[in-house]
Design a protein around this ligand. Structure first.
Ligand code: ADP
Ligand code: TRP
Length: 334
């Protein structure tokens, strides 16, 4: 087990679409901030993405895009273990072991599964219509991702809180049966961020087609920002910053004085949404400029990305193999 100085911080992102501001603020930025103090294990959750992605050509490309994104945003592979989930076979072995101690009832309560059932119900269909076992078992694979590395801290957005609780429950189940075998991880959710809204006000998510992509620029970025949904109050009317989607996104990127001044303008009247959208566009265009250039440079050399990820997978396996050995021994499979 690790000491105070060498805590393990681990997080994964699915290559299921364009990386967006929610991913950046909720997971990537906090994860990168941790590596000055702790040992980082950051990965591409490609087998998790298989629950939704069906186009193999697009899938392969999205994996490279996510690899380039992590690196462009500051992940240093000499400092962090950076890998693809699919290249660490121990995770899938642990998945099965965890599945054997996980009550089915726990999976019935998972938010994503419940949402799929509710959607079916509202359409008058069988609750399990088009629900694959992959979606149902998703929380177990995520627990295996985490527990296979004796992880201490998992920086994630608010939406992953339940998954972390389930991972702890699974570790507790193993430990209750076999003694102290698995380490209990802690979620680390940034209070100020929690859930970044998308352009329609729901949680920003690749699944909802409401994202502001980090690496978009120019016309594409501007178009997205101009589509942020607001109410229809006129320029001079007083507005509520706390229920405004545009303000919620703006406040993450503007400096604190500008945020304060803008808040006041909302309250006093005299602020046009179009004007603020233009300001947000300029802020984002500038904020990610260097990373955007680097991202496209990295994407142009896929064999280099392959090499970085293969090296990371080797390091990740070196960590997971002894954990699995310990688990196998505990359960009686030697
Ligand atoms: P998506 O929901 O777009 O498919 P992922 O599920 O791959 O994104 O999420 C990767 C990480 O980004 C997770 O830690 C998740 O909590 C975080 N994240 C995703 N969307 C948001 C959001 N809107 N606000 C805050 N964090 C988010
Ligand atoms: N389920 C996470 C998401 O949708 C992605 C993920 C997979 C993950 N495995 C993980 C996050 C392990 C943290 C730790 O965002």
């Amino acid at each position: 087990m690790t000491t105070e100085q060498t805590k393990i911080v681990l997080t994964g992102i699915k290559p299921s679409g364009e990386l967006h501001l929610g991913n950046y603020l909720g997971a990537i930025e906090p994860a990168l901030a941790e590596v000055t103090q702790h040992r980082g294990f950051y990965f591409i959750a490609d087998y998790h993405a298989l629950t939704t992605v069906r186009d193999p050509i697009r899938f392969e490309q999205q994996i490279y895009e996510l690899a380039a994104a992590w690196l462009a945003l500051g992940l240093n592979p000499d400092q962090v273990v950076f890998y693809r989930q699919s290249q660490v076979s121990e995770i899938f072995e642990l998945f099965w072991i965890l599945a054997c101690v996980t009550p089915k009832g726990m999976l019935n309560r998972a938010h994503a599964y419940k949402a799929a059932m509710e959607q079916n119900q509202s359409l008058g269909q069988d609750v399990d219509f088009n629900v694959q076992a992959g979606l149902y078992n998703y929380p177990i694979l995520m627990a295996a991702d985490i527990l296979a590395f004796d992880t201490d801290i998992v920086p994630v957005g608010q939406d992953q809180k339940q998954h972390l609780e389930m991972a702890r429950d699974m570790a507790n189940s193993i430990n209750a049966i076999y003694g102290p075998v698995l380490k209990l991880p802690e979620a680390k959710i940034r209070e100020q961020v929690k859930t970044v809204p998308g352009i329609d006000g729901q949680k920003m998510s690749k699944s909802y087609d409401n994202v502001i992509p980090i690496f978009a620029s120019g016309k594409t970025l501007r178009k997205r920002i101009m589509s942020i949904v607001t109410d229809s109050k006129g320029l001079e009317e007083s507005k509520d910053p706390d229920s405004c989607n545009l303000f919620a996104i703006y406040r993450y990127f503007a400096d604190p004085e500008a945020v304060q001044a803008t808040r006041q303008k909302y309250l006093d009247g005299g602020l046009g949404y179009g004007y603020l959208k233009q300001e947000l566009f300029e802020l984002l265009e500038f904020r990610f400029k260097d990373q955007r250039d680097y991202y496209y440079e990295l994407l142009a050399d896929k064999s280099k990305l392959d090499q970085i990820l293969a090296q990371g997978a080797e390091e990740a396996r070196a960590m997971a193999i002894p954990v699995l050995k310990r688990v196998r021994k505990a359960i009686g499979i030697i």
